[in-house]
Design a protein around this ligand. Structure first.
Ligand code: BGC
Length: 418
């Protein structure tokens, strides 16, 4: 890439994290589920992942129950200042992070002041370094007491979520410019209530899936109002999961129709419902999916460590479409690759910057990009073996942080944009 500055000066270059995936010692519905299922996940991993090109390398870790327990995380709860210094060295000027509801309200109606103060200091330390905080309210984890009453399956439970949002608004609202309310409602609803892979592991429970999806729409809309009341300047959106869905055979009417339906249902349905309550369109991009009839039929290479087909340039058509639909500023709130040998990340980042640059040159109002992730983190039901971090963390060597070569390369590119 040449030296000239090609992105707007105030463009946000950031990284994303999520509380449960990095903090350590979280006590929520996920941490309880992990302890109950770690053994089973370890024993059945070969039948699920044995096909991966990386299988021989990950086998030992993937067959160890410890892999499936978030436990001490990467101790980000205690090392956030050190981690912000690293982010600063990488020339990042924004960080997306999650608030852990179960820390703020471990028991229904009782606020934990230490937890409240923690995130206050967190925001302060980010700002001190010129790193813009993008606070994410909900990234799939819920307190155990909220889970016990049925979580988001019941509309009457939403009052507890609103109270939590009111607390966030009251405590931090005046110090924030950007808030993301929800992370990937479509993924959460599908995995928790349709495929049954995630807690509460309800399989094909359509009534619950529909209820949760609709309740999350209500949750976003009300949160928007609550936050704006405290600080009308806050810019609010969600982090949607958008896939670049394409027809395998471009002139095949079945492939084309399935593609259109999938795009509408997976990508746009939720965003359309909340279009009047979003100041920006935030979305996470990982996948390009080609459909042959109703089945995904993706190219066989290149694949990430998780076996996901990689097409970083697929970000471009999504940026165009998201802008055409909603005419709002866009933030790419997550994007990245599981790559333990750091062999693809630099290429991925380079293609991604080109995609964004192209979109900007077409007049698309892209305002920021957040790489997933700042640190290696707990990858939900896959556990610890997938490596998404710009910064590697060795959990067996005192949580040692090591910046990956691709991240150093990226930091150099970002320097040229300053
Ligand atoms: C989620 C992250 C996750 C990432 C990689 C996103 O869908 O928001 O929590 O780690 O994908 O799988």
């Amino acid at each position: 890439m040449d030296k000239q500055q090609t992105f707007p000066k105030d463009f946000y270059w950031g990284a994303s994290t999520a509380s449960h995936q990095v903090e350590g010692d979280t006590l929520n519905q996920w941490s309880v589920w992990e302890l109950a299922h770690a053994k089973h996940l370890a024993n059945t991993t070969e039948e699920r992942l044995g096909y991966l090109p990386m299988w021989d390398e990950i086998k030992k870790q993937a067959q160890n129950p410890d892999n499936y327990v978030s436990g001490k995380g990467v101790d980000h709860y205690n090392r956030y200042v050190e981690d912000f210094d690293i982010a600063k060295k990488l020339n990042l000027n924004a960080l997306r992070f999650g608030i852990e509801w179960s820390r703020l309200e471990p028991e229904e109606g009782q606020w934990d002041e230490a937890g409240v103060e923690h995130y206050r200091d967190y925001i302060k330390e980010l700002k001190k370094r010129g790193i813009e905080p993008f606070l994410n309210i909900w990234h799939w984890t819920i307190p155990i007491w909220f889970d016990d009453m049925g979580g988001f399956t019941k509309g009457k439970n939403l009052k507890y979520f609103y109270r939590f949002v009111e607390k966030i608004a009251k405590e931090y609202g005046r110090d924030l410019t950007y808030v993301i309310t929800l992370n990937e409602p479509n993924v959460y609803t599908s995995f928790s209530y349709m495929t049954g892979e995630w807690p509460p592991q309800e399989k094909n429970n359509l009534p619950h899936a529909v209820a949760v999806y609709l309740n999350l729409i209500r949750a976003h809309k009300r949160s928007y109002k609550i936050l704006k009341k405290v600080n009308p300047n806050i810019q609010i959106g969600i982090a949607a999961q958008l896939a670049n869905i394409q027809a395998k055979r471009p002139h095949n009417i079945v492939d084309e129709s399935v593609t259109k339906i999938m795009r509408y249902l997976w990508n746009w349905w939720f965003l359309r419902r909340i279009r009047k309550q979003q100041d920006f369109v935030g979305f996470n991009y990982y996948f390009t999916d080609y459909y042959r009839k109703t089945k995904r039929d993706n190219p066989k290479v290149p694949l990430s460590d998780m076996g996901w087909y990689m097409e970083p340039e697929g970000l471009y058509p999504l940026l165009l479409r998201a802008y055409a639909h909603y005419k709002r500023p866009i933030f790419v709130t997550e994007n990245g690759v599981a790559d333990m040998h750091d062999q693809y990340r630099q290429w991925w980042l380079q293609e991604t910057m080109i995609a964004i640059e192209r979109a900007l040159s077409e007049g698309i109002d892209v305002r920021g990009y957040f790489h997933w992730s700042l640190l290696d983190n707990f990858e939900w039901k896959y556990g610890w073996w997938p490596k998404f971090g710009l910064v590697a963390v060795d959990r067996h060597q005192g949580m040692k942080r090591t910046v990956r070569p691709s991240a150093l390369w990226w930091a150099e590119q970002l320097k040229k944009q300053k």
